[in-house]
Design a protein. Structure first.
Length: 234
């Protein structure tokens, strides 16, 4: 191989080397590290937004962030002394409201009961102690039942029970006593339960001014007979 050929080969290699070096240099200049690129793009010089737009974007919260902050603020308020005081006030107010409703309801029921009682005063006058012991309540009850006046029969049946219990010294009749005074006065438990049931039925029918059905009268008479069977036969 001649010196001319060698020199030509060397020259060609150098040319290729120079071209490759230039190409790689251009590529290197165009390639920027990703992290560096992100740092650069965060700089104001890379942003197309104005300073005011950037500030507004920074101060505008996302929807999710807004609701989470709102919930946190609500919980923080109720955990504060003022929030606890508000909760206590609401609970006390609800309790007072409930008590007032109950009181008004009881007064309304009491007024209605007094009204019904006033309407029946003519039919039920106080019975003197001597009358409670001497009257023939059973005959009067049977007469009321014959006339189908079951409500009056309920009252007369109750008078009969007071008479029998007083005669056997289980209670002391007095015109100013209430029906439940007699219930509490009874000490015999076997008598106390049926007499309490009888008193409830009597209150319901007489003072409640409810019509008495035949089947209800049958139950009432059954309770009367239960009490009579527990007492000595006269």
């Amino acid at each position: 191989m001649s010196k001319y050929s060698v020199s030509r080969i060397i020259s060609a290699c150098l040319t290729v080397l120079i071209l490759c070096t230039g190409a790689f240099g251009a590529i290197a200049r165009r390639t920027v590290d990703e992290q560096r690129w992100q740092e650069l793009t965060r700089e104001k010089s890379f942003s197309y937004k104005t300073e005011k737009e950037l500030q507004e974007l920074k101060e505008t919260p996302g929807t999710e962030n807004f609701f989470s902050k709102m919930i946190e603020a609500i919980f923080a308020f109720f955990a504060s002394p003022g929030g606890k005081l508000l909760i206590a006030g609401l609970l006390i107010g609800a309790l007072v409201y409930g008590i007032i409703r109950v009181i008004l309801s009881e007064k309304s029921r009491l007024f209605a009961r007094k009204s019904v009682k006033a309407d029946t005063e003519e039919a039920e006058s106080p019975v003197a102690p001597e009358d409670i012991l001497l009257s023939d309540w059973e005959q009067q009850m049977q007469e009321a039942m014959r006339k189908q006046d079951l409500r009056q029969a309920v009252r007369l049946g109750y008078m009969l029970m007071l008479q029998l219990l007083a005669r056997n010294n289980h209670l002391h009749y007095r015109a100013d006593k209430t029906n439940y005074d007699y219930v509490y006065e009874l000490t015999d438990k076997s008598l106390k339960t049926p007499f309490r049931n009888l008193s409830r039925q009597y209150e319901y029918a007489w003072y409640g001014d409810y019509p008495v059905k035949p089947e209800e009268m049958e139950r009432y008479l059954s309770t009367i007979n239960e009490i009579k069977n527990l007492l000595p036969r006269s």
